[in-house]
Write a protein that binds this ligand. Structure first.
Ligand SMILES: [Zn+2]
Ligand SMILES: [Zn+2]
Length: 296
């Protein structure tokens, strides 16, 4: 037995629908394949509160194929394809305790990584695939032994994005300096997005000068994330995006509960408050920016 009140305070319950946005925006980074319910349900729920478009992000071969298929099925879904920075070392070395949901895997060596990258290259050519990512560097989950494979994979993804003229979606966890260095060494694609932007205001200045998009997730609302709000406050309006990274990073006051694209309005409102602008003004910019970043 549980009353509605219990449901709303249940740590595992889906947060309630927020008030709809008056100006529709896009969730620039989500993982529908890791969320409960069907894709059609998730998209309908999002659309009902003004989240009209989502970018579905691939993290491995299977997920990237799925993203491309889903984008081909739904007009308001765009796909990106990649091997996640924690996936690349696992393909080379094997790592049963790692990030992958695929469980134990035999190490495949460098040849296996090349094969996987060739498949990403093939998928990146598809019309519904608008970006290459999430790729980048993650020093939080990948230790020193995986660094070499991770960086090689990152460089290969940059090359693929440039060759196909697609956006590059960066995952940067505890690796700001090296991510910026590799981008500079390789030459960043014309459209580069730092997903779940995690730098401070100083790095936001570097990104702004380079023309990199900064996509803010629900963690911008967290109490301990003043550095993100400081970064958001100084980021040029034309380079700011919003995302859920759902099912992760549910915005306050629902932190810890399952995230989904329909919760974007919660983050948009918090972002508008940080920047001291009207919600509609920010939403209009976010919509235009996401379309420009991904070229749809
Ligand atoms: Zn990520
Ligand atoms: Zn992600």
């Amino acid at each position: 037995m549980s009353s509605n009140a219990d449901k709303n305070t249940d740590k595992n319950a889906a947060p309630p629908l927020p008030e709809p946005l008056r100006v529709p925006v896009a969730d620039s980074h989500t993982h529908l394949d890791m969320q409960s319910g069907t894709v059609a349900e998730g998209l309908a729920k999002a659309a009902s509160v003004g989240v009209a478009t989502v970018v579905q992000v691939g993290c491995d071969i299977k997920g990237s194929r799925w993203a491309a298929e889903t984008a081909a099925t739904y007009d308001n879904v765009h796909a990106t394809v990649a091997l996640h920075p924690n996936e690349a070392p696992r393909i080379v070395h094997g790592d049963p305790d790692g990030w992958s949901r695929q469980g134990e895997r035999e190490p495949g060596g460098a040849g296996a990584l090349d094969e996987a990258l060739a498949e990403i290259d093939r998928l990146a050519a598809l019309a519904h695939v608008k970006g290459v990512g999430e790729t980048g560097l993650d020093y939080f989950r990948t230790g020193p032994e995986g660094k070499e494979a991770q960086e090689r994979s990152f460089r290969a993804h940059i090359e693929i994005a440039k060759r196909h003229g697609k956006a590059l979606v960066i995952h940067d966890r505890d690796a700001h300096a090296d991510v910026l260095r590799v981008l500079k060494e390789e030459g960043a694609p014309e459209r580069t997005v730092f997903h779940c932007y995690s730098g401070d205001a100083e790095m936001a200045g570097i990104c702004a000068r380079a023309g990199y998009y900064m996509s803010f997730a629900g963690n911008v609302t967290f109490k301990n994330a003043q550095h993100l709000r400081d970064a958001l406050a100084v980021a040029p309006q034309e380079l700011v995006l919003v995302e859920t990274d759902a099912p992760f990073l549910t915005p306050a006051p629902y932190r810890g509960r399952p995230n989904a694209p329909y919760l974007i309005p919660v983050t948009v409102r918090a972002m508008a408050a940080v920047r001291g602008v009207e919600e509609d003004t920010l939403a209009s910019a976010l919509a235009v920016n996401t379309a420009r970043a991904f070229g749809y």
